[in-house]
Write a protein that binds this ligand. Structure first.
Ligand code: SF4
Length: 272
């Protein structure tokens, strides 16, 4: 057995090229072009991440950015397969919504307006696609969308509610990134569950308006969610919250982290 065998990903040539790519990616930082609270964020386990995703730029390695791109790529492939199979989609302009004074917005992957007769399905229906690794794909297959990834369920509920596509269950397509297998599940609309997520969005917006930096979901900065989070440095360099005279928590003005003006306290009732 050759114990000196080189691990190819650790060789100088591989490390050097990846370092160059990483530097190039870092030189073209992600920008938060949305400036709104996205439907895809609201189901996050971490309230602070929802605020950051809304208002400041994320910082991801090129590997993570490529994972996001992979999601878009597989979404397009899956949609092309469905179109080829005879399903018809609404035009792109029908997929966007804005709610809560325009602060909460989203853009569905699709609305299927016509197609084959399906068991328990009907049209129009929201279509949502996720491309996940094999482990997460099996988790969804085994436990269902709501249990395995409540944030995906929240996202779909908001699309159903605000796009007014509630009469027929959404079709959720999960693609296994490792094997390209797919399964499709129906997600019926649940008005009460949708309202809970809308209330959560309203609470985040209200807290942000008063300059409240919401709590982290964990005390462990090595948690896998934090390792995947594009706000990790910003988040963990933030000091603990301080209590204000009215009992609420407020991000200090000179805390050394990049909290935008819109996360700071402003007169009550003032909208941004
Ligand atoms: S680093 Fe972790 S605790 Fe901080 S915002 Fe991201 S997910 Fe939340």
């Amino acid at each position: 057995m050759d114990f000196n065998r080189a691990i190819l990903s650790d060789t100088p040539i591989s490390v050097a090229i990846n370092d160059l790519i990483e530097a190039a990616v870092a030189a073209a930082p992600e920008t938060n072009v949305r400036q709104y609270l996205g439907a895809s964020s609201i189901g996050s386990e971490c309230l602070r991440r929802i605020q950051f995703d809304w208002l400041v730029d994320a910082e991801h390695s090129f590997r993570l950015r490529d994972i996001f791109r992979r999601g878009h790529l597989f979404e397009a492939i899956s949609k092309a397969h469905l179109v080829a199979a005879g399903f018809r989609f609404a035009p792109d302009r029908a997929l966007a919504f804005a709610a809560l004074d325009g602060q909460l917005r989203g853009h569905a992957d699709g609305i299927i307006v016509a197609g084959h007769e399906l068991p328990d399905g009907g049209y129009p229906c929201v279509w949502e696609h996720k491309c996940v690794n094999a482990k997460n794909w099996r988790a969804i297959e085994r436990d269902g969308v709501e249990k395995a990834f409540p944030q995906y369920r929240a996202q779909v509920l908001l699309y159903q509610k605000f796009l007014g596509v509630t009469d027929h269950p959404a079709i959720f397509t999960a693609t296994n990134a490792d094997t390209c297998e797919r399964f499709h599940v129906l997600l019926p609309y649940d008005a009460a569950a949708a309202q809970l997520w809308i209330d959560r969005a309203a609470d985040v917006i209200a807290a942000t308006r008063t300059g409240e930096l919401l709590p982290r979901f964990t005390d462990d900065r090595t948690h896998w969610r934090c390792r995947m989070c594009g706000h990790r440095e910003r988040c963990w360099s933030a000091p603990k919250q301080t209590a204000t005279s009215n009992g609420s928590a407020q991000a200090p003005a000179d805390d050394g982290i990049d909290i935008p003006e819109c996360l700071r306290r402003s007169p009550p009732g003032q909208l941004r």
